[in-house]
Design a protein around this ligand. Structure first.
Ligand code: IDP
Ligand code: MG
Length: 139
């Protein structure tokens, strides 16, 4: 996966609230091409591994409970400057601080249930994409 790609998850709250369509519309209208996509559910060990960097944080148990609470939509997205532009599109981690018109501003409920994930570096985009997809699921 090259550096013009990023990885996203529409988190369980977005699926539960039937916001998949609206969020994907915003993503594709913002110039991202969908390279890979699936509806799936994280196991506890998946969530613990995916968020291993946060394992010592006080919110980690809550994060694992939330991310395993229902299905997610996992996707790889392509655009010039994908990682940075996607972080701009989703907005700050805490929706109360997310800029007007960002996905978290529009669709997130709280700092924990914040609608969507976006990779924070090219290196993590590659790792996170490979966590969910094989090469033959990428187009
Ligand atoms: P990010 O998703 O904007 O990159 P991170 O700091 O990497 O934010 O945190 C990963 C996820 O952990 C967040 O998206 C959110 O779901 C959850 N999280 C982060 N900080 C808190 C917190 O202070 N309380 C509860 N959950 C949090
Ligand atoms: Mg992060």
């Amino acid at each position: 996966m090259s550096s013009n790609r990023t990885f996203t998850m529409l988190k369980p709250d977005s699926v539960e609230k039937r916001n998949i369509g609206a969020i994907l519309e915003k993503i594709t209208a913002s110039g991202f091409r969908i390279v890979a996509m699936k509806l799936t559910q994280l196991t506890r060990s998946d969530a613990q591994a995916f968020y291993a960097i946060h394992s010592e944080r006080p919110f980690f148990p809550e994060l694992v409970d939330y991310m395993t609470s229902g299905p997610i939509v996992a996707a790889i997205l392509e655009k010039n400057n994908a990682v940075e532009d996607f972080r701009t599109l989703i907005g700050a981690t805490n929706p109360a601080e997310a800029a007007e018109g960002t996905i978290r501003n529009m669709y997130a409920d709280s700092i924990s249930q914040n609608a969507i994930h976006g990779s924070d570096s090219n290196e993590n985009a590659l790792l996170e994409g490979a966590f969910h997809f094989s090469e033959r699921e990428m187009f």
